[in-house]
Design a protein. Structure first.
Length: 254
């Protein structure tokens, strides 16, 4: 499947007014087979461009103004990523962006990881949206708000996420009793949240969620979770040290 074929296949990938996005027959299987040969990079987009096509907007923190979204629509149209549909109220999302929209709307959970202490040139936030075929849509968000999208094998996506998160030998349980002090002293920390959701058309409704906080301080990695009796309070994870970070991510996604 050539790059041109990949773009042509996604031509009618989304019709926002129709509720659920529609994808051409064979698109999903063709892209899944392509991911088996290596990552499929889907380009970089701004928040306004993603909002204009209703992609991952329910996982973003703020909605751009109508004026900014209108400019994004013009930019997408100029790049022939957004075309008029069969009626005046329909639009078609083409190319790599169309593929991203189609796979985002197939996902039923999202892993949202945010870190402090990130360096130049690396993202501060990563989203993983697992697919039934053991691949993931990955979104890397940098400090400028640029969202880099790609499809990866599930194991490769988890490996990349683990490499990016704080790492180190697990701290002893007695060393992390004061969670506020641990977080204040951390050279690098991350909040990982996995949320299950359902979809009605292009609108996602969040369901249950679970969190894990990782904080590297003094060369040791602290695992923190929410107190079952007080969700606003973080406590040391009683299972810390039994699994490595990657295995904990797999457990969150299970």
């Amino acid at each position: 499947m050539s790059d041109d074929d990949q773009r042509d296949a996604a031509a009618p990938a989304a019709q926002p007014d129709a509720g659920a996005a529609s994808a051409p027959a064979g698109l999903v299987s063709a892209v899944v087979n392509l991911v088996d040969t290596g990552p499929v990079l889907l380009g970089a987009y701004t928040v306004a461009e993603l909002t204009a096509v209703d992609a991952i907007v329910d996982f973003l923190e703020s909605r751009p103004s109508d004026e900014v979204i209108a400019e994004a629509v013009r930019s997408l149209a100029a790049r022939q990523l957004l075309l008029a549909g069969d009626t005046g109220e329909q639009v078609r999302v083409q190319g790599d962006l169309g593929i991203a929209v189609a796979f985002q709307q197939r996902a039923r959970k999202v892993l949202d990881a945010r870190t402090t202490g990130s360096g130049p040139g690396e993202p501060w936030r990563i989203l993983l949206l697992p697919q039934p075929e053991r691949i993931c849509l990955m979104v890397r968000i940098d400090a400028l708000g640029v969202h880099q999208l790609g499809l990866y094998k599930a194991d490769e996506a988890l490996d990349a996420l683990t490499e990016w998160l704080p790492r180190g030998p697990a701290a002893d349980s007695g060393d992390q009793a004061d969670t506020e002090a641990v977080l204040a002293a951390a050279e690098r920390s991350a909040l990982v949240t996995v949320t299950d959701y359902t979809a009605q058309g292009s609108a996602e409704t969040a369901g249950s969620s679970r969190d894990l906080v990782l904080a590297r301080s003094g060369g040791r990695l602290h695992f923190l979770v929410r107190d079952l009796g007080d969700r606003a309070r973080l406590v040391p994870d009683p299972e810390a040290g039994e699994d490595d970070v990657r295995e904990r991510l797999v457990g969150l996604l299970a």
